[in-house]
Design a protein around this ligand. Structure first.
Ligand SMILES: *Cc1c(COP(=O)(O)O)cnc(C)c1O
Length: 386
């Protein structure tokens, strides 16, 4: 697809006529209806779309690894006939998930070995990742936490809330808590309010954020009541997760703007996925639409070495080429930081195209986004008195 076509698709569009033509708007807009009517089985899915052999086998074989679950809202973005649809690849299992690659890991970011309390990952000096639930509205096939998420695998997430709060209370070095899972916005407003209130009672916790794909999978959950509750706990940020421009519908945009109007700054985390968003044009359309939804592109992740992810992983060069294709060519605010989460547990490591051509004691020679060269002299010792 050429970039002109993408430019015209930058209009935020509402849903195409969907797979649920007879449902009332009241039901459709009710997040509980959406959750009750998720597609969880092959039989349900085949009522709506024609599956490829790879998908049918994938659904049959992946059931005890990571559950399939698709909200009606997200399902409506799925192309009925195209098995290569970028939405389909994210949420419908494929047979390639059963392929064994010896480089792949059950716990690709080494989280389990960095938990002082079950459910609390303390890897960096001043911040923690608090896994508050193992459930999501829908399940991404490349989930970095598929070992514990969705409740069908062998390993279970056994978060000890009280022990986690006590650990945070007695660990003053922690000033930043990231609530994730699973998806914390699946909790009721009251339950989330209790967790946030408890965290806010700890004086050294300055900053709280929530990682959630609910604004994308289930925008109906972003109610005015939820926003009113969240804004009591500022400074509160939200990291959303969007991979393809098609995901940013007008319903999603409305929810995101509601969060922005509650004073919540938002960042987006994308995963670089083969056949989904591994080209500059798709990424450019995505980051432009995110800004129109008041979301700053935050990280672009190289896909973790999750078991059964080989069909979704791309080369690192692809990621570097995407950043190179964005930086300088478009708004600086639109450019995410490309990172690899160090396999086995190194944390997020930034990767950048190399703009330094030569660096000596006297000068640095740089290239810009157009490959033109520029020299910046290094400061030399000043000799005022000879
Ligand atoms: C990603 C992550 C964080 C947050 O990292 P930031 O770079 O501050 O966004 C914290 N803890 C863990 C274990 C993480 O994986």
């Amino acid at each position: 697809m050429n970039s002109a076509q993408y430019d015209s698709s930058i209009q935020i569009q509402s849903h195409a006529p969907g797979y649920w033509p007879n449902v009332t708007p009241e039901k459709w807009n009710d997040h509980k209806w959406q959750l009750r009517n998720r597609i969880n089985s092959l039989v349900e899915l085949e009522k709506h779309i024609e599956l490829s052999r790879e998908e049918r086998s994938g659904i049959l074989l992946s059931g005890n690894k990571l559950a399939m679950s698709i909200t009606p809202h997200f399902m409506n973005l799925v192309d009925r006939t195209d098995p290569n649809c970028p939405i389909r690849r994210q949420i419908i299992p494929r047979v390639e998930e059963t392929l064994d690659d010896p480089m792949e890991l059950t716990d690709p970011c080494g989280e389990d070995s960095h938990m002082p309390v079950p459910g609390l990952v303390h890897r960096y000096p001043d911040r923690v990742l608090f896994l508050v639930t193992d459930r999501c509205a829908s399940y991404c096939r490349y989930c970095t936490r598929s070992r514990v998420v969705s409740g069908v695998g062998e390993q279970q997430l056994e978060t000890q809330y009280e022990a986690a709060f006590e650990y945070l209370e007695r660990t003053p070095s922690v000033r930043d808590v990231l609530l994730s899972g699973g998806d914390p916005l699946l909790f009721t407003d009251a339950k989330l309010d209790r967790i946030l209130t408890r965290l806010r009672q700890i004086p050294h916790i300055q900053f709280v954020r929530i990682g959630s794909r609910i604004p994308i999978f289930l925008p109906q959950r972003i109610t005015p009541e939820l926003c009113n509750m969240l804004k009591k706990h500022h400074p509160l940020f939200i990291s959303v997760h969007t991979n393809h421009p098609k995901e940013l519908t007008s319903e999603v945009q409305e929810g995101l703007i509601r969060l922005a109007e509650a004073g919540i700054p938002m960042g987006n985390q994308s995963v670089l996925l083969k056949g989904v968003n591994d080209d500059v044009e798709t990424q450019r359309a995505l980051v432009h639409k995110l800004l129109m939804c008041r979301v700053k592109p935050y990280y672009l992740y190289q896909c973790d070495l999750i078991k059964g992810s080989s069909h979704l992983r791309t080369s690192v060069q692809k990621g570097l080429d995407i950043i190179e294709g964005l930086r300088g060519h478009t708004t600086g605010y639109a450019i995410p930081q490309y990172v690899i989460d160090g396999p086995g547990g190194g944390g997020k490591i930034p990767l950048n195209p190399n703009y330094i051509v030569e660096h000596t004691d006297n000068h640095v020679t740089l290239r810009n986004y157009e490959n033109k060269k520029f020299t910046y002299p290094e400061p030399q010792p000043l000799e005022v008195f000879q």
